[in-house]
Design a protein around this ligand. Structure first.
Ligand code: UTP
Length: 295
């Protein structure tokens, strides 16, 4: 029987250098898109995908992430005394939303290293990985889409997206063949090989790995046996490449729109589009944008 995925790991110990100076003293994962921190979008996606346990990998200066998912007695008391019941239930929902635990990555040695820090908490189960600076808007949550593939094939699954050639060097890129699968016409791939941040002329395809994964626990020993790769970091892509020698790995071109909110332009796009889609803000915000007379 294929074991169920119950846990999701959220690596959140990176330095966020692309977003300096905002990330000098606050975690990138707490930057708000409209009014919700990036990491909460990811946590809600995991929950709506049926995941119960959240493991957040944090580092130095990341305590506001823990505070965010904790109970805030003073704030709750104040809201209660002022009879602000809507805001109060929203604040309570955040702390009641998930069963969360934390593990530290003392030094930002790379994504593979961050995932390895969760080994004891994950144990020998399959698990999801969510990089919360990728926000994905979709009808079916992206993690759920990957879980559906996992529960059929019983193998690791990565989220893939077509990326223009000139941007491909910013990603892990796969060499993959299409799998004929009726439910996922032209979207499911079996991965043959992968490379982290290739030069555009060396990229094996235009299919990039995006920040959602479902992994089988063998990934941990693969991370343990690799050396630092691109950028001197322990790369998850290198560990996946090693796992490919013994295990199949699938890639799914997911349905939905991905915003790279760890990048300033991607963050701005997410902010504008999420604000336009909000029932409380969309109309006045659209009216405001129309006054800007942008050339
Ligand atoms: P990024 O590649 O976006 O790196 O990490 P970063 O350090 O956060 O940001 P930049 O590139 O310097 O601006 C992708 C995800 O992996 C986590 C990050 O927190 C982010 O969620 N990560 C990365 C770690 O947890 N530890 C690491 O050592 C590296």
């Amino acid at each position: 029987m294929i074991p169920k995925v119950r846990k999701a790991v959220f690596p959140a110990a990176g330095l966020g250098t692309r977003f300096l100076p905002a990330t000098k003293a606050q975690p990138k994962e707490m930057l708000p898109v409209v009014d919700k921190p990036l990491i909460q979008y990811g946590v809600e996606e995991a929950m709506h995908s049926g995941i119960q346990n959240i493991i957040i990998v944090t580092g130095r200066g990341k305590s506001s992430i823990e505070d965010h998912f904790d109970v805030s007695f003073e704030l709750e008391q104040l809201l209660e005394s002022k009879h602000k019941s809507d805001v109060l239930s929203m604040v309570r929902n955040i702390s009641e939303m998930i069963d969360v635990c934390y593990v530290r990555q003392k030094e930002a040695l790379g994504l593979g290293h961050a995932v390895l820090r969760a080994k004891e908490l994950v144990g020998t189960e399959p698990f999801a990985v969510v990089l919360s600076d990728d926000i994905i808007a979709s009808d079916t949550p992206c993690v759920r889409q990957l879980l559906d593939v996992y529960s059929y094939y019983g193998a690791s699954v990565l989220a893939l997206m077509e990326v223009p050639r000139e941007q491909i060097s910013a990603y892990g890129v796969v060499d993959a063949e299409l799998v004929s699968d009726n439910g996922r016409q032209n979207r499911l791939y079996r991965i043959r090989n992968m490379v982290e941040k290739p030069k555009s002329e060396d990229a094996p395809s235009n299919l990039a790995i995006i920040g959602r994964y479902v992994l089988t626990p063998e990934i941990f020993e693969c991370v343990e046996s690799i050396e630092p790769g691109s950028g001197g970091e322990i790369q998850l892509t290198d560990a996946l490449k090693l796992m490919l020698r013994n295990r199949p790995i699938y890639g799914l071109k997911f349905e939905g729109t991905r915003y790279d909110a760890g990048d300033k332009l991607g963050f701005l796009k997410a902010t504008v589009e999420f604000a336009l889609n909000r029932h409380d803000l969309g109309e006045p915000f659209r009216a405001y944008l129309k006054t800007l007379c942008i050339q």
